[in-house]
Design a protein. Structure first.
Length: 80
């Protein structure tokens, strides 16, 4: 790496955990905003192809996201 970065950056350890998570999320959001530059490994594409083939073979095997989300929220007792 041409410009070695200090890990973590100065001041990071002084942030509380919530702030550290927010910082890391903000970094990821900046990277993800350049989606054409984010490489997708071949093994990710293979898994996606397998899952799409499974969906084509078994279109009724899944459940709608809203139903799954509702069950998860009930199970964890989280309010929307």
């Amino acid at each position: 790496m041409a410009n070695a970065l200090r890990v973590p950056p100065p001041g990071f350890d002084e942030l509380n955990i919530d702030e550290q998570i927010e910082y890391v999320q903000a970094l990821w959001d900046r990277i993800a905003a350049k989606e054409d530059a984010v490489p997708v490994p071949d093994w990710h594409r293979e898994i996606l192809d397998e899952r799409l083939a499974d969906l084509d073979a078994n279109p009724d095997a899944g459940r709608p996201w809203e139903e799954v989300k509702g069950d998860l929220l009930k199970a964890t007792r989280v309010k929307e």
